[in-house]
Design a protein around this ligand. Structure first.
Ligand SMILES: [Zn+2]
Length: 199
């Protein structure tokens, strides 16, 4: 899956990893303040998700924020055994259930976007039948500036796009207010995956 259903008048803004606790917190506060609908693909190994679970939980409960499975600790799934793939998703599934009280299935995002038929089959065996990729990126998995991130958003925040961002480096924090304004200027709604796809 790389795009939203034809004619969807907005974007799915997805946020991965959680290497920075400050960025996870900034995203949670941004969502609470602006009502922006987000999907987080969490790696349970990152303490940021547990540290800010109290902030995120009400947003998850209301459905404004959705949680997806990005594996426990971000390996290239194509390099793991079938059992290894299942273990990565299952361990993170249990973390998500315990921390946020939700079932993240069927959406998983393979780290680095690396997946193939064998990965997809192993993931489906543990209920993760939908690899959720993207069409457009904020390119902030590495340490870039807020201005650069806003530039990528100007390029990719367009109707029907699934956009990938990362909660990893501080440049993202400074970009958030500007990204909110950009959505407003373009009249773009934000959608979680459950808003636009039926499970
Ligand atoms: Zn990732």
């Amino acid at each position: 899956m790389t795009a939203l259903p034809q004619g969807t008048p907005g974007i799915a803004w997805t946020v991965d990893d959680g290497a920075s606790s400050d960025v996870v917190e900034a995203y949670a506060r941004f969502a609470a303040t602006t009502g922006t609908r987000l999907t987080f693909f969490v790696n349970g190994v990152r303490p940021s998700w547990t540290e800010h679970a109290d902030l995120l939980r009400p947003l998850v409960e209301s459905g404004q924020v959705q949680i997806g499975n990005h594996t426990w600790d971000h390996p290239a799934l194509t390099k793991l055994s079938d059992q290894g793939i299942e273990d990565q998703l299952t361990r993170n599934h249990e973390f998500i259930e315990r921390t946020f009280g939700v079932d993240a299935r069927p959406y998983f995002r393979p780290p680095f976007g690396y997946h193939d038929a064998r990965v997809d089959a192993a993931a489906a065996r543990v209920g993760y039948s939908t690899p959720l990729l993207w069409y457009g990126t904020l390119a902030d998995s590495g340490d870039i500036t807020s201005v650069q991130i806003v530039g990528f958003a100007e390029q990719w925040f367009l109707p029907g796009h699934i956009v990938i961002g990362h909660a990893n480096f501080p440049g993202t924090i400074g970009a958030l207010p500007r990204l909110g304004q950009l959505l407003e200027q373009r009249g773009l709604a934000t959608h979680t995956l459950d808003d636009v796809f039926s499970r």
